[in-house]
Ligand binder design. Structure first.
Ligand code: HEC
Length: 166
């Protein structure tokens, strides 16, 4: 049955909704759906292109000797966010570990995104240890050779926590 002409324009009627869509008033917003996605998916670049040199075999065998206890993770977090010299990891890797720190736009290759499981799951602890101690030559990643081994392992526990959210 045909609706009376004027009834087609009452709010909520299909014709009215079509007209609003056409006028661009209710555009399905990609920004909003992106934000919703961000809750479940890692942010930043993921998977991430990676050309980092592979650590020597003896490092790749290393396992983190420290347990992921709250004090160890907190020690790693303090270094990452504040204390590490020449600069806190956060400057490049971002407060939430997504690789989008304030220097993100200034450096190439981009800082590692620790929230990206695709990239992080393939990287053994010993690889992370080696790069933190020695840096990644030809990139912005500095060496943190002054840190003792336990501090580096605490940092790694904290880095892993970015992609281990259950
Ligand atoms: C000035 C910028 C900068 C700072 C500060 C920085 N990084 Fe990085 N980091 C990078 C960049 C750029 C890369 C990517 C290097 C590459 O592609 O080889 C990287 C890569 C890494 C990797 C990945 C290694 C791999 O094999 O993929 C680890 C782990 C890492 N950083 C840890 C840290 C930690 C821990 C700190 C602080 C103690 C830190 N970074 C501070 C820029 C930085």
């Amino acid at each position: 049955m045909q609706l009376k002409y004027w009834k087609r324009w009452i709010p909520g009627s299909p014709v009215c909704l079509m007209a609003l869509l056409w006028m661009g008033l209710i555009v399905p917003s990609p920004a909003v759906s992106q934000q919703k996605k961000g809750l479940e998916e890692p942010s930043g670049i993921c998977p991430q292109p990676r050309k980092t040199v592979t650590a020597p075999e003896e490092f790749l065998q290393l396992k983190n000797p420290l347990e992921a206890t709250p004090p160890n993770i907190l020690a790693g977090k303090t270094l990452f966010q504040v204390d590490a010299k020449p600069s806190a990891c956060r400057i490049c890797h971002g407060i939430s570990g997504d690789g989008l720190g304030i220097l993100f736009h200034r450096v190439e290759p981009k800082p590692r995104n620790f929230t990206c499981i695709h990239t992080m799951d393939d990287l053994p602890d010993g690889q992370l240890f080696w790069v933190i101690k020695n840096g990644s030559p030809g990139t912005a990643m500095p060496s943190f050779s002054y840190l003792d081994d336990d501090q580096v392992w605490q940092l790694i526990l904290y880095l892993r926590s970015f992609s281990n959210k259950e």
